[in-house]
Design a protein around this ligand. Structure first.
Ligand code: ZN
Length: 429
């Protein structure tokens, strides 16, 4: 039985209970000192790399907050932190909610932190108001979410859904193999199998997060209801022309690989923007040979990346780009080999929980829109085994993964209020 909830009323109506905004802000500011540049201030951002000393210090701080909230933190073999608040029927699977507190190098103070400390604030608010829930509630702080371990991201959440790659535990980052990094923060790679979630481990997973894009701020909307996390298709293209003297080869006789590659890059934009929707396409990398001012480029290697909620749509756009590449090659007398390198599965958010988030925002008098997440999150791993949803709040100027990352305190509070209301609705369902 949870101390202090005896005789508490079970909310039958969606309540308009609100979190303590000043307390949430104090916690975010207090956590920001772990990994802060020497002599810096809050605005200088943070480097709290997963499994680092700063990460360990931050995790200890968070476990302290959990204990102050009357919860007993538990760490699994992957180093994920959990804290459970009992419900009235503890045989029921819990509502799982939280985020991560590790950051990229020279990152901001809100990515992951807001959803993590917001989750703790939700439980504290319920404790203060002596509100009991039918289902148990469980906070989770995922370990090493950012791509900071040998380029691998979502490390803790992938571990619990059995999505670690073969040999991944022996990968080395900062001079340490992954199994040792996990042990360093209190986990144990030998127990990873037992740490795996069984189907039905949770009733629903909810993550509140900053948008990391500029849509909400541009439209003046405080709450984003995430439709899902986008699928990604990676392509490589090799354009082969002919290197020749830049002074003696007439324009008509050239096979310029860079000109053809440039046309292909423009075609990506044209094809992606030719139909309505939130799909995006990017040529982010190009290598030119021989890359000399007086030689016609003979070969270009480039990448093409397509993202959208619909895997079918980006597959279709990829086929169009391939068709255009053939035409460009014929026109420019070059050879273009386009190869599909990788498909990353996206994840759909639960329509049922999206409705609850929207209704909660409504009750609080907050406008909301539905939007996709163009970035990856631990939530996409949870979607593999259960219902998942995400709540977005505005990122000022859409900046993230930077010390300039900022979300207005008012928006932080709104996000935590919406998380609280959504969790209450789910816990009563
Ligand atoms: Zn994040």
């Amino acid at each position: 039985m949870l101390a202090g909830t005896a005789g508490a009323a079970l909310w039958s109506q969606p309540p308009t209970l609100r979190i303590d905004r000043a307390r949430l802000r104090r916690d975010i500011e207090a956590l920001s000192v772990f990994g802060r540049p020497a002599g810096g201030a809050f605005a200088d951002g943070v480097s709290r790399i997963g499994y680092s000393d700063a990460d360990i210090a931050g995790r200890n701080f968070v476990m302290g907050l959990m204990r102050q909230a009357g919860l007993e933190p538990r760490m699994d073999a992957a180093g994920n932190l959990f804290a459970r608040r009992p419900g009235q029927d503890n045989a029921l699977p819990p509502i799982l909610f939280g985020s991560h507190i590790d950051t990229v190098r020279s990152g901001g103070n809100f990515d992951g932190v807001l959803g993590s400390l917001g989750a703790i604030e939700v439980v504290r608010t319920l404790g203060d108001a002596r509100v009991a829930t039918k289902r148990p509630l469980e906070i989770v702080i995922w370990s090493c979410e950012e791509s900071s371990f040998a380029g691998h991201s979502l490390n803790g959440s992938r571990a619990v859904v059995g999505a670690l790659e073969k040999g991944e535990l022996d990968l080395v980052s900062d001079g340490r193999p992954k199994h040792e990094a996990i042990r360093r923060i209190g986990g144990d790679a030998r127990g990873l199998e037992e740490a795996q979630f069984r189907p039905g481990r949770f009733h629903a997973y909810v993550e509140m997060h900053i948008e990391q894009g500029g849509k909400l701020e541009q439209q003046g909307i405080p709450v984003g209801v995430v439709q899902g996390i986008v699928s990604i298709d990676h392509y490589s293209a090799v354009v082969k022309g002919m290197s020749n003297h830049a002074g003696t080869t007439p324009m008509a006789d050239r096979k310029d690989a860079l000109l053809a590659a440039s046309e292909l890059a423009l075609a990506v934009r044209q094809i992606v923007t030719a139909e309505p929707g939130a799909q995006v396409g990017t040529v982010g990398h190009m290598e030119v040979w021989p890359n000399a001012s007086n030689v016609i480029p003979g070969e270009v290697r480039m990448t093409i990346e397509l993202r959208d909620l619909s895997a079918d749509k980006i597959q279709r756009l990829g086929a169009k780009i391939e068709e255009r590449a053939r035409a460009i090659a014929a026109e420019s007398k070059t050879e273009i080999v386009l190869q599909h390198e990788q498909h990353l599965d996206g994840a759909a958010a639960s329509p049922r929980i999206q409705k609850m988030i929207e209704a909660t925002a409504n009750t609080l008098g907050l406008a909301s829109i539905h939007l996709p997440s163009g970035a990856g999150h631990d939530a996409q791993m949870m979607a593999r085994i259960g219902e998942m949803a995400m709540i977005f709040v505005p990122s000022v100027r859409g900046i993230s993964h930077s010390p300039k990352e900022y979300t207005r305190w008012e928006d932080c509070g709104n996000g935590a209020d919406v998380l609280l209301g959504t969790v209450l609705r789910l816990a009563a369902a």
